[in-house]
Design a protein around this ligand. Structure first.
Ligand SMILES: [Zn+2]
Length: 249
């Protein structure tokens, strides 16, 4: 018998034996596991006790407000807000009107971080609904830079130019006012730019009111509501002071 045939025969036999052994081994292990007698015993702690223990371990920072209750945060010992700029009841998470898809944004040179952020905000229904209502510009009297006005103009322009490409020039022009350290032409982080843009929108909303807020007022403005945030301010009298802690839902 040639060597190759002999080798093949030996290999076939080895494989058959191995398969047989493997099947036996698997059957043996499965039998051991499946036929094992499992004895149950009552739990030392009931499920409700465990839940109670977990409840004691974690503290919910932003307890949901009762229906019709604008006193968000009142359960954590901080006084109820004296002024709510944009009540949550007015917030609509759905599009109030069906729009054709808006314009695309031209990359003006490493502005992809800016374009993507602005596009996300443009297609955030609660914010877009508010901006398209032009409610902001009807009360805004900021002579110079206003992030809400920039956003409002952009969203209106984007939906008026369906199928076209527009340039986000206002954002580039005021980039340093949005985020002081960002430079046009330089690659930047989209999430960081988003945070600065939301902060700038919030400042615009608060400045527009031209009112001071008492200590521990809860400031709820359009921009923050639309982005799912609320802000508790500990600014003593001026809304341009530090906005204090921010709570996330
Ligand atoms: Zn404005």
């Amino acid at each position: 018998m040639p060597v190759t045939e002999r080798l093949r025969e030996l290999m076939k036999r080895a494989r058959r034996e191995m398969n047989g052994n493997m099947t036996q081994l698997l059957a043996g292990s499965a039998k051991k596991v499946l036929l094992q007698k499992v004895e149950f015993e009552p739990a030392r702690r009931t499920f409700s006790e465990q839940l109670q223990r977990l409840r004691g371990k974690y503290v919910r920072l932003n307890s949901p407000a009762k229906s019709g209750d604008a006193l968000v945060g009142s359960r954590d010992g901080i006084p109820a807000p004296q002024k709510v700029l944009f009540p949550v009841e007015r917030l609509s998470l759905k599009w109030e009107k069906v729009h054709r898809i808006g314009a695309g944004l031209r990359n003006l040179g490493n502005t992809c971080f800016l374009n993507s952020t602005v596009q996300c905000l443009t297609y955030t229904p609660p914010l877009a609904n508010y901006l398209l209502s032009k409610e902001h510009s009807s009360t805004c009297d900021q002579g110079s830079f206003c992030m809400m006005c920039i956003m409002q103009n952009h969203v209106a322009q984007a939906f008026a130019n369906s199928g076209n490409v527009i340039k986000p020039v206002a954002f580039v022009r005021d980039l340093k006012k949005i985020a002081r350290h960002m430079r046009f032409g330089q690659q930047e982080d989209a999430h960081e730019f988003l945070r600065y843009t939301i902060d700038a929108m919030q400042k615009s909303c608060l400045t527009t009111t031209r009112e001071g807020f008492s200590t521990y007022s809860t400031l709820k403005c359009e921009a923050m509501e639309a982005c799912g945030e609320s802000c508790r301010s500990s600014a003593p009298s001026s809304h341009e002071e530090d906005l204090g802690q921010q709570t996330w839902p």
